[in-house]
Design a protein around this ligand. Structure first.
Ligand code: ADP
Ligand code: MG
Length: 628
């Protein structure tokens, strides 16, 4: 038997090969080898595989794709994907999005040379004689959705080229919720305290349970507390009751390796530790700080939490545990192979994430609730100030110089922008539109603009790890925009900001559409971002999601040159000529070949050969993994 490449417990939907066979869902152990995807019964008590229930010959696979979860799917069926082969689709449900993406990606990679790959598929389930996506009644009916390029490495050149993605110039309706479609009735636990910002909101107390009553909006849910009180809560402040790690004070979600090192060094305690997401999807890492006796500086060590094929966890030495909390408790008492036992947990949990707006349903902010503290800078629309909302919440306020923006259009758009909520996007909190100048109120990031930060803000020379983490942050924020089908149109280091932990967030997405300044909007204008534009924009003004990808490559180059101006010796006119003839930016000294090849993948002449952000984020993630 060949070695297993991936193993995971998934829920599998019955395949209903006969019309009369029932629709059911069973947990199976899936094992992926070079030739087959096999699934087994599993004896939980004895901790081993039982009988083989089915196999799929990988050579017969025609398509591997995500599936939209069913409306109000139960918690364990939120992350489905499909493997299509001779016997029709096999529907598999992963525990979380990381596992779902990792499997889709691996499977796609393994089947990419298959003979009968499909170019179209059904993005929704086949239920009771009907495709839920296109309402066709024949199970064999051709797919109704053209495959996207996610995961298909076109650069290998061995696959039929996919049809180009349409130019996405159309105005968009509010984005689809990219977050997991959790369900009404489910129990959640507050990860952070939340003090109501409006009378309709409900207070959250850390670690207490709440029942979800209504998911009126992606970012705001109506909930009930244990005393029966009801109101709106920010959905990013709670976790599903099943996700236990979030309940432990040593777990730092969304923390990367350098941030963990910074935090542990700042605490400066021998045996200080935390648990964070590993750069390998779906896995976790324990970071520990130690001071060898007499030393003052101290060092950090990182240990991946490994899993056995029976689903048990272990660290350095092979002491096995059924859960991560049990493993941590054990190592709080025993070093057992690590540099130190885990003595003190170090946590960043004090800082809650930003909410999508200041309370449910509010996007018009009363200017009397704002106080101005200091000027941060001057931009395309005028002065930007740092201030407080209601005397306590940090905000940045853009005061829009009259005549610099088409205000009515922007105000309409702001309602959509408010719904975009991601840890790598600068959050729009609201607007003040009843007076002139109008204000745009956003999240405040204390380390300011990324370009300035790269040039002069870093206290020490950045490590390669830090540079790559910055690229990852931007790719994640952009992958979220992409999943919401939202174009940035002016991605560059000057439009990214850095928070107090060094996390990079993308800002000013979509804003360029409302600029009233010919120098900026016309491609001949002196302020047009020529240096960040692909040939098809420079020559034919053809904007698309692929022009954002090009700009991302340039932004990576800005990061790796610590803020140099791209093509600094060339004028705009020379750039148009030379870039359209095939000239590209050189490899920055700090970028190795792998990093440079990610940049250059964004700069292919043909727009449809460029990757998508989801793929870029995974590629950067793969390089980050080499640092673990
Ligand atoms: P515009 O995009 O309107 O041209 P910017 O967003 O570039 O203006 O703002 C000008 C400067 O103000 C930036 O370079 C940055 O230093 C500062 N700034 C803007 N927004 C924020 C924010 N949310 N937090 C911290 N500083 C900010
Ligand atoms: Mg800007």
């Amino acid at each position: 038997m060949s070695a297993s490449i991936l193993e995971e417990f998934f829920i599998k939907r019955s395949q209903q090969k006969k019309k009369t066979s029932p629709l059911n869902y069973k947990e199976r152990l899936f094992v992926l080898t070079q030739e087959k995807l096999a699934y087994y019964d599993y004896d939980l008590e004895k901790g081993r595989r039982k009988s083989l229930r089915g196999t799929v010959d990988l050579q017969k696979v025609k398509c591997v794709e995500m599936v939209h979860p069913e409306p109000s799917a139960p918690m364990e069926r939120l992350y489905p994907f499909q493997v299509i082969y001779d016997d029709g689709p096999l529907y598999i449900f992963a525990k979380n999005v990381d596992i779902q993406l990792a499997w889709i990606r691996k499977l796609k990679e393994m089947v990419r040379f298959n003979k009968d790959l499909k170019q179209k598929y059904h993005p929704c389930f086949w239920v009771d004689g009907l495709w839920q996506c296109c309402q066709q009644e024949v199970k064999q009916a051709m797919g109704c959705r053209v495959l996207d390029v996610f995961g298909s490495k076109q650069r290998t050149g061995s696959r039929k080229p996919l049809p180009p993605t349409p130019v996405e110039e159309a105005q968009l309706s509010p984005p689809e919720p990219p977050k997991p479609a959790a369900s009404v009735g489910m129990t959640v636990i507050a990860e952070y305290e939340y003090t109501p910002l409006t009378p309709q909101d409900l207070e959250l107390r850390k670690d207490e349970e709440y029942t979800i009553l209504e998911m009126c909006d992606v970012n705001w849910w109506r909930a009930r507390d244990k005393h029966g009180k009801e109101g709106y809560i920010p959905s990013n402040f709670v976790v599903q009751a099943g996700n236990v790690l979030e309940r432990f004070p040593w777990y730092c979600k969304n923390m990367n390796r350098s941030q963990a090192e910074n935090l542990l060094k700042k605490e400066n305690k021998d045996g200080g530790f935390l648990v964070r997401d590993s750069s390998k999807v779906g896995k976790y890492t324990v970071s520990v700080f130690t001071k060898i006796s007499g030393e003052t500086a101290g060092t950090c060590r990182h240990y991946n939490i490994c899993t056995t094929s029976q689903g048990q966890f272990y660290l350095a030495d092979k002491h096995f545990f059924n859960s991560i909390p049990e493993l941590i408790t054990y190592h709080q008492h025993n070093a057992a192979g690590m540099v130190s036992r885990l003595k003190y947990f170090v946590s960043n949990r004090a800082q809650p994430p930003s909410t999508a707006g200041l309370g449910y349903g509010t996007w018009e902010i009363d200017p009397r609730h704002l106080t101005f503290i200091k000027e941060l800078g001057n931009g395309q629309f005028g002065v930007v100030k740092y201030g407080k909302w209601q005397g306590q919440h940090d905000v940045a306020i853009k005061m829009i110089k009259e005549g610099s923006m088409s205000e009515d259009d922007f105000i309409e758009e702001a309602k959509i922008m408010m719904k975009l909520c991601h840890e790598n996007l600068v959050q729009l909190y609201g607007v003040c539109t009843k007076q002139r100048p109008i204000y745009i109120v956003t999240e405040f990031l204390s380390n300011g603009c990324l370009l300035t930060y790269l040039k002069e803000g870093l206290t020490q020379h950045p490590t390669n790890l830090q540079l790559l983490e910055m690229c990852k942050d931007v790719a994640e924020g952009m992958a979220y925009l992409e999943s919401s089908q939202y174009l940035h149109r002016d991605l560059a280091a000057r439009n990214c900001l850095v928070d107090s932990n060094g996390t990079v967030k993308v800002t000013d997405f979509g804003l360029s559409r409302y600029v009233l300044d010919d120098e900026y909007t016309s491609s001949e204008g002196s302020k047009f971002p020529v240096r960040w534009s692909p040939p098809e924009v420079l020559l034919y003004r053809k904007f698309s999601s692929k022009s954002d990808i090009w700009a991302y490559g340039i932004l990576m180059w800005e990061i790796y040159t610590l803020g140099r101006l791209p093509y600094d010796r060339l004028s705009n006119q020379e750039i148009v000529e030379q870039v359209s003839r095939g000239m590209r930016l050189y490899r920055p000294q700090l970028a190795n070949d792998k990093v440079y090849s990610i940049m250059t993948s964004c700069w292919t002449e043909k727009a449809d050969e460029r990757p998508i952000f989801q793929e870029l984020a995974l590629n950067v993630q793969d390089l980050l993994y080499e640092f673990q």
